[in-house]
Ligand binder design. Sequence first.
Ligand code: GRF
Length: 208
Amino acid sequence: MSKYSRKSLAVLVSGYGSNMQSIVDSTKDGLLKGLAEVVLVVSSNSNAYAIERAKNEHIKAICVESKKFKNEKKFTDVILDELQNADVDLICLAGYMSKIGVEIIRKYDGRILNIHPALLPKFGGKGMYGRYVHEAVIKSGDTKSGATVHFVDENYDTGRIILQQEVNIFSNDSPRDVAKKVMIIECKIYPKAIKKVIEEDLKKVHLF
Ligand code: GRF
């Protein structure tokens, strides 16, 4: 990452785009103002409302759907090309439901972030997404859940944790109730986590 310029972010989405919007908002008038800008939005789903949100913000938004490609490699290559053409510093997965190719993970090692709607390492891994996470949390009897921003490695939800925040769960909460509370937290901590990563990177650069 370059030392002084604003960091260029790509946000990868598949759905409603609440997290993407919170990141964009914070670059305009919040924690990330002057530190970062969203230069590219990649959606794995052509119906994602996140695409419309990106367009409203005048951010380049493209749709790359895995089903349109003969194999995983071709799908990954197209995304990789877009990321490189946009000269992206950090990649933020924000409700991205496709598998991210290993070539991308290796190329952007330590520069891919994901948000997970639970307190990792609990309730993570393959199949743990959306309401399945909240159902499992309620079933476990835990009185706390929350959100985690972590680096992406080659396994599901196992990369180094950057930031977490808790929410309380009450005995009569439904999965939907928990999802709502967690989403509020997600939109707060994602920009904070991005700021933390950028600042840690700046400190590292200052050592040389
Ligand atoms: C969030 O709960 C996120 O943690 C999960 O998918 C959801 C995305 O929602 N991975 P949105 O598209 O940001 O509204």
